[in-house]
Structure formats: C-alpha cells, structure tokens
Design a protein around this ligand. Structure first.
Ligand SMILES: [Zn+2]
Ligand SMILES: [Zn+2]
Ligand SMILES: [Zn+2]
Length: 112
C-alpha cells in the first residue's frame, strides 16, 4: 500500500499574506519584492539596492482612540521596497499598537 506523503506548503508572506514562491534559495513574494530566508523566515529586500517605499500610513483607524479609547498606533511609513506591486492601496507600515499616555499626571514615582 502506498500513501501520498505530505507536501510542505510555501509560507505566507508576512506583509500581504499571499503565498510565496520558492526560488531555489529563498521564499519570495513577488508582490512585495521580499525574499524570506528558508530557515528563519526573516525578510529582506529582493533587490538589496531598492529604496524604501516610504508611503505614510493613512489608516484612519490608527488615529488616537479610533478603535479603543486610550489606545493608538505608533505609525510608520511603508517599509516595503519602492515599486512593490500588489493592490495599489496595499502598503506595509508595521504600525505598532500603543497605549496612550493619559493626560492626567502620573502619581506614583513620576517625580524623582
Ligand atoms: Zn507579499
Ligand atoms: Zn498606522
Ligand atoms: Zn509601499
């Protein structure tokens, strides 16, 4: 009896979540122009000389208190290589959720 063995699937691109293509060396997302190390899955630019896209984050949900009161985002410009493809609204900014510092003065240990 013979059963089919399982296939490894190519990992999903961390930016657009599309399937990557194994180019013999790395997993590559041709939409985002990123290459992922097959061992660590760490991303790098497909073209190491490419400039950074730099499109500013325009997600209005990233405004202070937009989703949750007291929370906002530390926004970054798009960090993909310039000229990356995919939907033209798609940029990967890697914005980090942050807790907004309350305007009221902190009481414990604020002044030293
Ligand atoms: Zn991608
Ligand atoms: Zn943002
Ligand atoms: Zn971009």
């Amino acid at each position: 009896m013979t059963l089919p063995s399982a296939d490894h699937q190519a990992p999903a691109c961390g930016a657009c979540h599309g399937e990557t293509t194994h180019d013999g060396d790395d997993f590559v997302c041709y939409d985002c122009h990123l290459a992922f190390d097959p061992e660590t899955l760490e991303a790098r630019f497909l073209d190491p000389d490419a400039e950074v896209c730099g499109q500013p984050c325009d997600n209005t949900w990233h405004d202070d208190n937009a989703i949750t009161v007291g929370e906002g985002f530390n926004c970054h410009p798009c960090q993909l290589p310039k000229g990356h493809d995919g939907a033209n609204w798609f940029h990967w900014t890697g914005c980090e959720p942050i807790t907004l510092t309350s305007p009221a003065p902190a009481t414990a240990g604020a002044n030293t």
